[in-house]
Design a protein around this ligand. Structure first.
Ligand code: NAD
Length: 510
């Protein structure tokens, strides 16, 4: 969601993300009181959590190395007792001293094949934490938990608002929320991150719950973390099994849903199928660019490849790989999953050629799928695109300037709030399965998801084209605004109408 320098002066992330809200509010003449209700979150929980950290082994600086050059090596068993962290440090567990033969000078020791490390004492640490509960008029607050060093109130407000629109568009009975902890997870051990998670839920216990606010995984949180959250929330409760729906995105063996892992990519592909159908075409043979090869990028690429589309380029944080004949996606997935490919990167894949980062979006293709970070399709990037459609699998990948260029160049857009709604939709199915104590098959999940995504995408398409109709799948007649509007505004118009209905039909408590 970052604006490039050429995109003009920086607005807050929240203000930028609300531009589509204000545009749509004008088009549908949103009730003024509802508009005020939706302009800011219901609640902003901002708090601190503390944990005890363990002692660490921190690499000495280059300058210090000479001073310790004659320090004999210590014999310490690495592995579990010296737990490697992604930032190059080790967590020092006490059992490392068992049977160890250690030479220490000024707190520094040499570990064979690893180098010189200084022992740094652990101790209590404090982290800023957030849970923004944006709106619950349609159902319990719903949204992910992000562990990242760059999170802020501004970012979480924008993401929580997005969840509010997304759940309304997906037509699932949830509101919107988002939250997380300002932490660099690469600097903490698994045990320390578990303690962060336990403390986070300990503090939130009174404001979340299966019918109140339902967290899910987001950046740097995963099914393991969801299990810890569920355990902490249900700990000591008389009926913990009745509370499994307090979080979604769990492992399928403990109440997670089949199909959840691929749901976001699958939803993106359902949208693209509809896009192709309106053009009287199919996805087979279409050339695709995918940015991001994580959860969403891999699922999108794999499903499209299986449908006969040609993924001609993939870019991740470390490399860009292209092949005009189409990349062998199963082979690329195997490459990313190789045990020594610690960054799970496409870099080094031999089934294609390397390309410079900046040239990626200029590659000839019909479909562009940004599935990495926000703010990647800037005005400049949009000018260079050769594709017919941008399917926003990531959250907020197009800047306002990028949006304008796409409109001017008549490149179709599938906006994020519908394109990546597959994840939260299957989270709803997970919640339903938990409440009913059921377990649905993957085919059942995908059938429901396909119907839901295609129906809601159809309504948005009809709003954008001012073509009201009733089909066996949906009825868009109540939602059109009497003129053609762009797809992003159309998606927001649908969300706001559905939310407004609740306020107007249920009335306001004074
Ligand atoms: P992930 O962490 O699994 O993968 C992210 C990928 O992006 C990685 O391959 C990484 O290398 C790549 N990347 C990071 N920085 C990059 C850069 N500068 N250039 C190119 N590639 C870069 O994340 P994910 O779960 O796949 O989420 C991707 C996007 O989709 C995010 O915007 C997320 O908010 C959004 N999203 C995810 C879900 C979900 O269910 N996972 C649901 C809705 C939206």
């Amino acid at each position: 969601m970052k604006a490039s320098r050429k995109d003009g002066p920086r607005k807050s992330i929240f203000d930028e993300s609300m531009e589509a809200f204000y545009r749509a509010a004008e088009h549908i003449k949103l009730n003024p009181r509802v508009r005020l209700e939706l302009e800011e979150p219901d609640f902003e929980h901002i708090f601190y959590i503390t944990i005890e950290t363990r002692d660490r082994l921190v690499p000495v600086t280059k300058e210090e190395e000479a001073h310790f050059k004659d320090l004999p090596a210590s014999s310490v068993k690495a592995g579990e007792a010296l737990e490697p962290l992604a930032n190059g440090q080790f967590v020092l567990h006490r059992r490392a001293l068992l049977k160890a033969d250690i030479t220490l000078r000024e707190g520094v020791l040499r570990i064979p094949k690893r180098g010189l490390f200084r022992i740094e004492k652990g101790g209590p640490k404090k982290f800023k934490a957030y849970r923004i509960q944006y709106n619950q008029v349609r159902g319990p607050y719903k949204g992910g938990v992000r562990y990242h060093k760059d999170v802020s109130l501004d970012l979480f407000k924008a993401l929580a608002a997005d969840m509010t629109w997304k759940t309304a568009i997906a037509d699932i009975p949830f509101g919107g929320a988002k939250g997380g902890v300002r932490i660099d997870p690469s600097a903490y051990s698994k045990e320390e991150l578990e303690h962060v998670t336990l403390r986070f839920i300990y503090k939130l216990k009174n404001v979340i719950g299966p019918y109140v606010d339902i967290p899910a995984p987001d950046v740097n949180t995963n099914p393991e973390i969801m299990a810890i959250m569920m355990r902490q929330f249900t700990d000591g409760e008389r009926m913990p099994h009745a509370m499994r729906g307090v979080v979604t995105g769990k492992d399928v063996r403990i109440g997670g849903s089949e199909g959840r892992a691929k749901a976001t990519g699958q939803g993106t592909v359902y949208c693209l199928e509809e896009w192709a159908r309106w053009r009287g075409e199919s996805l087979a043979g279409k050339r695709v660019l995918v940015q991001g090869f994580g959860n969403v990028g891999t699922a999108s690429a794999e499903i499209l490849h299986a449908m006969g589309a040609k993924v001609v380029g993939v870019q991740d944080a470390y490399g860009t790989i292209v092949n005009e004949k189409g990349l062998d996606i199963p082979a690329l997935l195997a490459h990313a999953a190789e045990p020594d490919n610690l960054r799970r990167s496409v870099e080094g894949f031999t089934g294609g050629s390397k390309l410079s980062r900046d040239d990626f979006w200029k590659v000839d293709a019909e479909i562009a799928i940004p599935a990495a970070l926000g703010g990647t399709i800037t005005g400049d990037v949009a000018e260079g695109l050769k594709v017919q459609v941008v399917a926003e699998a990531a959250n907020g990948p197009t800047t306002p300037d990028g949006d304008k260029v796409l409109r001017d160049r008549k490149i179709d857009l599938i906006p994020d709030i519908v394109c990546n709604a597959g994840g939260v939709t299957v989270s709803y199915y997970e919640w339903l399965q938990n409440l009913r104590m059921e377990h649905w098959s993957e085919a059942e999940v995908n059938n429901r998801l396909e119907r839901a995504i295609k129906a809601n995408f159809g309504i948005i398409h009809d709003i954008a084209n001012d073509s009201p109709q009733k089909t066996p799948l949906y009825d868009s007649r109540r939602f059109v605004v009497g003129k053609k509007i762009d797809m992003r505004t159309a998606a927001m118009a649908l969300a706001l109408r559905r939310i407004e209905n609740h306020y107007l039909l249920e009335g306001f408590s004074q």
